[in-house]
Design a protein around this ligand. Structure first.
Ligand SMILES: Nc1ncnc2c1ncn2[C@@H]1O[C@H](COP(=O)(O)OP(=O)(O)O)[C@@H](O)[C@H]1O
Ligand SMILES: N[C@@H](CCOP(=O)(O)O)C(=O)O
Length: 325
């Protein structure tokens, strides 16, 4: 459930008078999502999404996220296009929160992506990287390697409580990635989505129809975005205590990406450490949420062990071929 801030009928009607969208015909809170309050909004001019930004998205980053979506939409990339009010400004205030109306993206998020969808997603990710190649704004990755020790310190016991011996393994991952960092620093950089999980990608049948939720986007290595997607799209829950890499899905995702933007030799070489780093990043943020979300909270925290399982796989992979590249 992700409607933290309620919008009254009166506040919505007054808000819409600032736009050329006509009156509201339908307005409903959206249960999915974790970070912000999202509403489905239909007006006389069509279907939209209204987002009220909650505290997890920093207000100073909002102009970056809005500009990024405007940039992509202007290049015809399928994503939510910010709708400006009559004064030309898209980012506004509603019920005391920063608020944004964006266009509705058609499609369904796959619950269990198939190989064709993985290939499509890879190509969609590479097209996004190319469309953002001339996006001038920058944002540091606030969840990059420099942030990991801060997320990890003090949570060793929580990790061991989830799985005995996990704390030592995670400490080993942090050390191994820190040692490999210099090689990863020289990779081609650009604007990355950084959270293109299946719930943030839409498909019409098996055809990629758009990406949403750009609120972790930042400036980083392009191949790191591919590594995040490998983690999010190409692993299967293999039953009790096991998470398996689906080689066909991973190979299809990489091939799809390379059909649009071929990887450089250094990016291929760095893929194992990038994939391990990406798994560590999501393990750590999930661990923080897991141990700090009170029981009975509206949002159920995601299971960190899914990412501990991926880390166990990455520790054994030495070359990009191990992922099907
Ligand atoms: N532009 C959009 N078009 C269609 N549906 C959207 C759009 N934006 C969000 N949604 C719906 O709202 C849900 C939550 O959005 P999301 O951006 O993932 O929220 P959060 O940032 O809170 O995690 C999505 O799973 C999707 O169902
Ligand atoms: N994709 C992340 C959590 C972020 O949630 P989102 O709904 O904003 O994409 C994870 O799986 O840990």
């Amino acid at each position: 459930m992700a409607v933290y801030t309620q919008v009254s009928d009166e506040a919505l009607a007054a808000f819409l008078t600032e736009y050329d969208l006509g009156a509201a015909l339908s307005f409903k809170g959206i249960a999915e999502g974790v970070e912000n309050s999202n509403y489905y909004l239909e007006t006389e001019k069509g279907r939209f999404i209204l987002t009220l930004f909650e505290k997890r998205v920093s207000a100073e980053d909002l102009p970056y996220f809005v500009a990024l979506k405007q940039h992509l939409a202007a290049r015809g990339y399928p994503c939510p296009s910010p709708i400006a009010a009559r004064d030309g400004k898209a980012l506004r205030t509603l019920e005391g929160r920063p608020a944004l109306i964006v266009s509705f993206v058609d499609g369904l998020s796959p619950r269990r992506p198939n190989v064709t969808q993985c290939r499509e997603l890879g190509a969609g990710l590479a097209r996004m990287h190319l469309a953002l190649a001339d996006f001038a704004m920058e944002r540091a990755n606030s969840l990059g390697p420099a942030a990991w020790p801060r997320l990890w310190t003090g949570r060793e016991a929580d990790a061991d409580a989830l799985q005995p011996g996990l704390a030592e393994a995670i400490a080993g991952d942090l050390a191994a990635i820190a040692a490999a960092k210099p090689a990863a620093l020289n990779l081609p950089r650009g604007t990355i989505h950084a959270d293109l999980f299946p719930d943030n990608a839409f498909f019409l049948g098996d055809t990629f129809s758009g990406a949403i939720d750009f609120y972790f986007a930042c400036t980083d290595a392009l191949a790191y975005d591919l590594a995040i997607c490998l983690n999010a799209w190409a692993f299967e829950d293999g039953g009790r205590d096991s998470i398996d890499y689906n080689f066909s899905k991973g190979a299809a995702l990489i091939a799809g990406y390379e059909s649009v933007r071929p990887l450089e030799a250094a990016e291929r070489e760095a893929l194992p450490v990038l994939a391990r780093g990406a798994a560590l990043r999501f393990f750590l943020t999930r661990l923080v949420d897991w141990s700090s979300t009170p029981e009975g909270a509206l949002v159920k925290p995601k299971n960190p062990l899914e990412y501990a399982g991926r880390l166990a796989f990455h520790r054994k992979v030495e070359t990009a071929e191990g992922y099907g590249a």
